[in-house]
Write a protein that binds this ligand. Sequence first.
Ligand code: PEP
Ligand code: MN
Length: 250
Amino acid sequence: MSRKIEVNRDIYIGGKSFNIIAGPCAVESYEQIDEIGRFLHKIGVKILRGGAFKPRTNPDSFQGLGLEGLKMLYDMKQKYGLSIISEIMDPRDIDSSHDYIDIIQIGSRNMQNFSLLKEMGKIDKPVMLKRGMSATIKEWIMAAEYIKIGGNEKIILCERGIRTFEDYTRNTLDLMSVPILKEISDYPVFVDPSHGTGRKELVLPASKAAKTLNADGIIVEIHPEPDKALSDGLQSLNFKEFEKLYKELI
Ligand code: PEP
Ligand code: MN
């Protein structure tokens, strides 16, 4: 069994629980995140994801709302009691972001950003460490070790797919990392079926597979109108699709 990590009072990750985290790739506006927050609260999801600092490949793409986006997420916490997970990319943003986030996400592109990892070791909040897109499992565990030796053992690992020659899917979701990590560590292991496949129609089968493999949870991208999403619309579920997934998995 994986170690149990407290996120907020009565909200845990790991142990025997299977957690479903959901939210948009990026916080786009107050109206958008409020609609999502209300919906997730209504169906019983406890943890809201939402990117405010976005690691975009193209510098001309939407970069996220930054601190303003985090404040909107924090508002969803006040309004709907949702715990918040969001990505930090730059160590200089840690202090100003700290109070708005419950779980700090370290993205795939920063899995081996050792300065950032060392900072994560100093904070007293859970950290979700996503797998680097070309990282081996050993390299990933070593990256987690950077956080751990700094003194923070509240680490959640998240498989989000790796780069292979296969291009039918956005990434190749390496689901065998789940049982392997379960064997060699006691960190909770999550799966991201959204980035792991890049295709909304594969999100449900990937999620079911993750649960069957004893993952501790999944983190799923949703959007009220995926066609209009400013990022990752192709892999985002609409509310109806997500509700179906949620009911099938819980
Ligand atoms: C994300 O979760 O929005 C994200 C950018 O994921 P990754 O770092 O896995 O690409
Ligand atoms: Mn995304």
